[in-house]
Write a protein that binds this ligand. Structure first.
Ligand SMILES: Cc1cc2nc3c(=O)[nH]c(=O)nc-3n(C[C@H](O)[C@H](O)[C@H](O)COP(=O)(O)OP(=O)(O)OC[C@H]3O[C@@H](n4cnc5c(N)ncnc54)[C@H](O)[C@@H]3O)c2cc1C
Length: 325
């Protein structure tokens, strides 16, 4: 929220269609201990956030061209030759095409996927008496369930699973039947079921000559963190700092290295957080053991130094040591 307010000058009044969640009730590790923590969280539909930011952008920059690709069949079709042509035609290409990003699809960069886990998601109707400003999360032996209220007595129910043998709607219904704290909050399911990749991943390399990947295209987080959008915004800010720094004559190699190190460090921190939760989750499936093994393996491989060369000031990288002065 702070980044949205700083960068987009979004104001509280802009969020009339959002829904505030203030606490999280947690049952983690299949034990009887249920804890409640303060958890300020704002839920809003992505179409609404998109519309809000779109309008702000148009007001600030009337020369900007925006193409909206909600219709998946109308996405830009890209291959290596077209991408190389685009690279020649522009000063910088910023790849913000999400988890299955263009740079990976055309083989310009590799993907390191850390596991196979998925989220099954559906909209549900919550009981009238449900505590509507509360988010619920609980673990079962085969994954976790998260219930996020979105207003009008509705909520989004998400199930995280390491693998699945049956249709996703059967899997989520089955998990809901076994739930301890979430089941009693839901009166019935009202939506169709969607399936999303939810494993962490990193693109390699993250940037190169005149191109840079940001957001989920660069690093994707496990939704457990609830921080994917925040991380994507931070990537975008850092990338603008890198591009500005290079255009002002700073070493391209050092700036791009700094970008990669920062993002790898963010993923290392994220994997550490995931492991802390998943090692105490008491999941009992081999598939979850494998998810955990892969996270530990990549964590060892990625270990980075956190001696950063640059800071960020007013959308531009600034050297932190005298070496550059
Ligand atoms: C189930 C689930 C729950 C999550 N919950 C949360 C949460 O509660 N909070 C949170 O902060 N994060 C959450 N995340 C993560 C969050 O959604 C992402 O981190 C965030 O959307 C990344 O933003 P992005 O702009 O990098 O990528 P995206 O949001 O994926 O945007 C990429 C865009 O690029 C477009 N695109 C792709 N290919 C092309 C092409 N060829 N031509 C033109 N356009 C193209 C796509 O259509 C899309 O609009 C969740 C993720 C999942 C899977």
């Amino acid at each position: 929220m702070d980044i949205l307010k700083d960068v987009w000058q979004v104001k509280e009044d802009d969020f009339i269609y959002s829904f505030d969640v203030c606490k999280r009730i947690i049952r983690w590790g299949n034990n009887e201990n249920i804890s409640t923590i303060k958890h300020p969280y704002r839920a809003l539909r992505k179409e609404i956030l998109f519309g809000l930011l779109h309008d702000k952008l148009i007001i600030e920059h009337d020369d900007i061209k925006i193409n909206v690709f909600y219709d998946k069949s109308k996405l830009l079709s890209m291959n290596l030759t077209v991408f190389q042509y685009i690279l020649q035609s522009f000063d910088w290409v910023i790849d913000a095409t999400g988890r299955n990003s263009i740079v990976k699809q055309i083989g310009f960069a590799k993907n390191h996927a850390i596991g196979h886990r998925k989220i099954i998601s559906t909209e549900v109707k919550m009981h009238n008496q449900s505590n509507i400003n509360t988010m619920y999360i609980e673990t079962l032996h085969d994954g976790w369930l998260l219930l996020t209220p979105i207003g009008e007595n509705k909520g989004i129910l998400q199930a995280m699973i390491a693998n699945y043998k049956f249709e996703p709607h059967i899997v989520i219904e089955n998990m809901l039947k076994r739930a301890v704290i979430i089941k009693s909050q839901i009166s019935h399911s009202i939506g169709s079921v969607s399936l999303f990749d939810a494993f962490p991943q990193i693109t390699d390399p993250l940037c190169g000559f005149k191109w840079i990947s940001i957001g989920d295209s660069a690093i994707s987080f496990d939704p457990l963190s609830g921080d994917g959008i925040g991380s994507a915004l931070k990537c975008a800010l850092l990338a603008s700092g890198v591009i500005n720094g290079i255009s002002q004559g700073m070493s391209k190699e050092k700036c791009l290295n700094h970008y990669s190190t920062r993002l790898r460090k963010a993923l290392v921190d994220h994997l550490g957080e995931c492991l802390r939760y998943y090692l105490s989750s008491k999941f009992t499936s081999l598939a979850w053991d494998e998810e955990i093994r892969l996270m530990i393996k990549l964590l060892r491989h990625l270990k980075t130094s956190s001696d950063f060369l640059y800071g960020l000031n007013n959308y531009c990288l600034v050297p932190l040591t005298d070496e550059f002065n």
